[in-house]
Write a new protein. Structure first.
Length: 51
């Protein structure tokens, strides 16, 4: 993954917060840990709705 920014935590070192999609390069990525399905129709529908 490529990260494009950092956010300074008061309690930790600089931590990256925004990643780029390895397929299209856009800065909107849904991580698998969110509980959202990242396979099937869901990503296509999200793309149509928001982009």
């Amino acid at each position: 993954m490529e990260w494009i920014d950092h956010w300074e935590h008061a309690y930790a070192a600089s931590v990256p917060t925004t990643t780029l999609c390895p397929f299209c390069g856009i800065d909107s990525v849904i991580a698998g840990a969110t509980g959202c399905p990242v396979t099937g129709e869901f990503p296509t529908r999200m793309n149509r709705r928001w982009f």
